[in-house]
Design a protein around this ligand. Structure first.
Ligand SMILES: NC(=O)c1ccc[n+]([C@@H]2O[C@H](COP(=O)([O-])OP(=O)(O)OC[C@H]3O[C@@H](n4cnc5c(N)ncnc54)[C@H](O)[C@@H]3O)[C@@H](O)[C@H]2O)c1
Ligand SMILES: [Zn+2]
Length: 357
């Protein structure tokens, strides 16, 4: 078991990573807070797999626990789900001292964190991520929220959790495609901040599960570092984490979030961003090639299928708020293990990269 501290300096919280942690969760939670009532938010898949064991743990420690279950999938990241959870919390008598546990992937982490941020003006939130993506990315940093008709994450709050528990055993039931999309964010962290981890990933068998605890720790430290330097995303530091995301988000939007999983779209976005980095930031051709090879090693897409409409993707890029305001800020990687915001990248550069994807 590894324990580290994440979060902004004045609100550090423990992140515990290891095996068989659900069985120790009551003790871990008791170490972080003293409340006697909570609700677990999860989705239908996760409820079936893990919710019963977690509730039994909490009850054994004298914590009265109810469960709120949403249908699995991005469709549950809505205001309607938010109100459903709030309603169940009120029915079960949860008050300001109670806490909420998000047990699930990024969808559950985001919506449960949002409820925790606003219920009685904010109650404590515990993240128990069950996907690799949620462990290395979405459970860290305090960004919470839901989607509106207009788009993703348009309603939300920054609300840091009180504790994060990463039980690597929970990943055993995760479908391979879901596991691999988590590796897209891990590869992103390697490209922007950790050349040594990049080399490690090049050697590590893709299906390896033995050293996951250490790999997850390393990624949380990278994400937590960028977040603690710029919690509210205002200085450009946290924006570095968006490497591959300008084109990636546009691919997701153009396909109405159905063609690719988030990590898959980001994989394609990183291929585009590394080619743009070659022409605008001096990234060596071999380094850009190495990024593509590494993505392929984790069965992530590096070229767009024929039927996909490139112009629609470009339209989605142009509609991006940061481009409408004129000042283009694009994350480039000048060399493996480093990244920076560039003002040199033009919409023409981006179109060129998308048309060649
Ligand atoms: N807040 C942030 O900083 C942040 C960062 C990145 C992504 N996100 C958000 O995260 C979401 C994507 O997260 P995700 O990829 O984890 O999606 P998800 O929560 O939808 O989970 C993916 C699927 O895996 C299933 N599942 C989860 N754990 C499982 C397990 N252990 N075994 C078997 N099946 C399991 C789920 O039921 C679901 O069907 C998006 O909404 C995205 O916007 C947020
Ligand atoms: Zn992402």
């Amino acid at each position: 078991v590894i324990q580290l501290q994440a979060g902004p300096n004045d609100r550090k919280y423990p992140v515990v990573i290891g095996s068989a942690l659900i069985a120790q969760s009551a003790g871990l939670i008791r170490g972080a807070l003293t409340a006697s009532q909570c609700m677990i938010v999860c989705d239908t898949n996760v409820e079936r797999l893990f919710a019963g064991a977690l509730r039994a743990q909490l009850e054994s420690a004298g914590i009265h626990t109810s469960i709120s279950t949403l249908p699995a999938g991005e469709e549950s990241k809505t205001v309607a789900s938010t109100m459903k959870i709030v309603d169940q919390m009120e029915t079960n008598g949860l008050d300001r001292q109670s806490f909420l546990i998000g047990l699930g992937g990024g969808v559950i982490g985001d919506v449960s964190g949002f409820v925790a941020a606003i219920y009685h003006r904010g109650i404590r939130h515990i993240q128990i991520p069950t996907t690799l993506l949620a462990m290395v990315d979405s459970s860290i940093g305090g960004k919470t929220g839901v989607n509106t008709e207009r788009g993703k994450n348009l309603l939300g709050a920054v609300h840091q959790p009180s504790l994060v528990i990463d039980d690597v055993d929970l990943l055993k039931t995760l479908p391979l495609r879901e596991l691999n999309q988590g590796y897209a964010e891990i590869i992103k962290h390697a490209v922007i901040a950790d050349a040594e981890m990049f080399a490690l990933l090049e050697k590590r068998p893709p299906g390896e599960t033995a050293d996951l605890t250490e790999l997850i720790r390393r990624n949380i430290e990278i994400k937590a570092r960028f977040v603690s330097e710029d919690e509210h995303d205002t200085t450009g530091r946290r924006a570095i984490l968006n490497f591959g995301h300008t084109v990636g988000h546009a691919i997701e939007r153009a396909g109405n979030y159905r063609d690719f999983l988030h990590g898959e779209a980001i994989s394609l976005g990183m291929v585009a961003a590394s080619r743009i980095s070659m022409s605008r930031a001096g990234l060596k051709k071999v380094s850009a090639g190495a990024i593509e090879n590494l993505l392929q090693r984790y069965s992530l897409p590096t070229s767009l299928p024929k039927g996909i409409d490139r112009e629609k993707i470009m339209t989605a890029v142009s509609a991006d708020k940061k481009f409408e305001q004129g000042q283009v800020r694009f994350v480039v990687s000048p060399a493996s293990g480093s990244a920076e915001l560039s003002a040199k990248v033009t919409l023409d550069d981006i179109w060129d990269a998308i048309s060649r994807l």
